[in-house]
Design a protein around this ligand. Structure first.
Ligand SMILES: NC(=O)c1ccc[n+]([C@@H]2O[C@H](COP(=O)([O-])OP(=O)(O)OC[C@H]3O[C@@H](n4cnc5c(N)ncnc54)[C@H](O)[C@@H]3O)[C@@H](O)[C@H]2O)c1
Length: 364
């Protein structure tokens, strides 16, 4: 049995990670950590966990914990991950891994040196349609892959985004929150990105809370975009924003990602994750169901016919980490993938500042 602690008992832990742990008979949630005492009490009851603490060091030093899920604000990822790694815990950490590529690379090096399993919570790699695109690309079904395109629009309120709207706590806005996932899955499909030309913009002051209280205005981006060249010679275009009106769609927003090759095109859509669009030369895109073995990751006991399709694939993340621990193999995506995506995101910020194309340097 792999004994897990959740560090950061907020939204994403409740939405993805705890339901994922509950599905897996090989895993057990044994402890929860959060400095918010009333939330901690509530999660202890709701998640049926008696060991609760406000101090992540108590989790790091707990001999009854094998693995941790770090789902805290971005500025805390590095110190928490390094403490847990040093104590020999296996670690899943939310994205972005750090406040910069340098932080992410340091975390990746520490995890490798300690010999613990490490995983970055790049959720959308686990979507059935993304798994299907991966297969099509890597079996050559699309021919030579030439082009990638991604759009991610959310219609979120323009009031304060809490810790997410400050550079010192979040690192960046939409770029680190949303576009970084799309940078990651593009590289999973097409290989490393060599250079980028990027831009960001801030549309909203966000100087009021939802309750109408004044707060410090946001200093991060609401929109991020890049064009990039992959080392393979393929090219890519990415765009994302959190304030695109009319794209609410029950909170799932609009998401489209496509790969265009010499023999065909394939499209992933978050809102239809159990199908892809597929088109051959001279044809129009058609809806095709993904193969059954793309619906869940190998071995997962999850029934893909249960629940909201755009939600339930997220439960497979923690299954992957548990499998990697039991099978003594790397978890995928690892911290190295988290750092690589952050190197591209940081090149976007540099390109925005300088107005130049920027080479991506990854030295983990
Ligand atoms: N992979 C995904 O699809 C996805 C989705 C949403 C959020 N996220 C990421 O997950 C992380 C958390 O996001 P969220 O939406 O759950 O945020 P949240 O604000 O809802 O929850 C964060 C929780 O961490 C707690 N916390 C703060 N400092 C802590 C510390 N030192 N030790 C322990 N707990 C601490 C807070 O009290 C809060 O309860 C962020 O890095 C975010 O980017 C990823």
């Amino acid at each position: 049995m792999i004994r897990y602690a959740i560090i950061g008992a907020g939204a994403v832990s409740d939405y993805h990670h705890v339901p994922g742990l509950r599905l897996d008979p090989r895993a057990e949630l044994v402890a929860v950590c959060d400095p918010n005492e009333s939330l901690l009490d509530q999660r202890g009851r709701d998640w049926d966990v008696s060991k609760v603490t406000t101090d992540f060091n108590a989790i790091a030093s707990d001999p009854d914990v094998d693995a941790v899920v770090i789902a805290t604000p971005n500025f805390t990822h590095k110190p928490i991950a390094l403490a847990c790694i040093e104590a020999g815990k296996h670690v899943m950490c939310e994205k972005p891994l750090g406040l910069s590529y340098e932080e992410a690379a340091e975390m990746a090096r520490a995890a490798e040196t300690a010999g613990v399993k490490h995983m970055t919570a790049f959720t959308y790699r686990f979507a059935p349609s993304m798994r299907c695109l991966h297969r099509l690309v890597h079996t050559g079904a699309l021919g030579t892959v030439r082009h990638f395109r991604s759009q991610r629009f959310l219609d979120l309120p323009e009031t304060s985004w809490g810790w997410r709207q400050y550079k010192k706590l979040a690192g960046a806005g939409d770029l680190y929150d949303m576009t970084i996932h799309r940078i990651d899955f593009a590289m999973d499909l097409l290989g490393p990105v060599q250079s980028v030309c990027g831009a960001v913009a801030t549309f909203c002051p966000r100087d009021e809370t939802k309750q109408g209280e004044p707060c410090d205005p946001s200093d991060v981006d609401d929109w991020s975009a890049l064009i990039g060249r992959f080392t393979s010679g393929a090219v890519g275009v990415w765009e994302g924003s959190t304030v695109m009106k009319g794209h609410h769609n029950n909170g799932f927003g609009w998401e489209w990602a496509e790969v265009n090759g010499s023999e065909g095109s394939a499209v992933y859509r978050l809102t239809e994750p159990n199908t892809i669009l597929f088109g051959k030369p001279g044809e129009s895109l058609q809806t095709v169901p993904v193969p059954d073995d793309c619906l869940v990751i190998e071995g997962s006991p999850r029934d893909p016919s249960q629940g909201v399709p755009s939600t339930v694939f997220r439960y497979d993340l923690v299954y992957e980490l548990t499998s990697a621990i039991i099978e003594d193999r790397p978890a995928i995506p690892g911290f190295d993938h988290g750092a690589a995506a952050q190197a591209v995101a940081d090149a976007v910020l540099k390109s925005n500042e300088t107005g130049q194309w920027v080479d991506v340097n990854v030295n983990t």
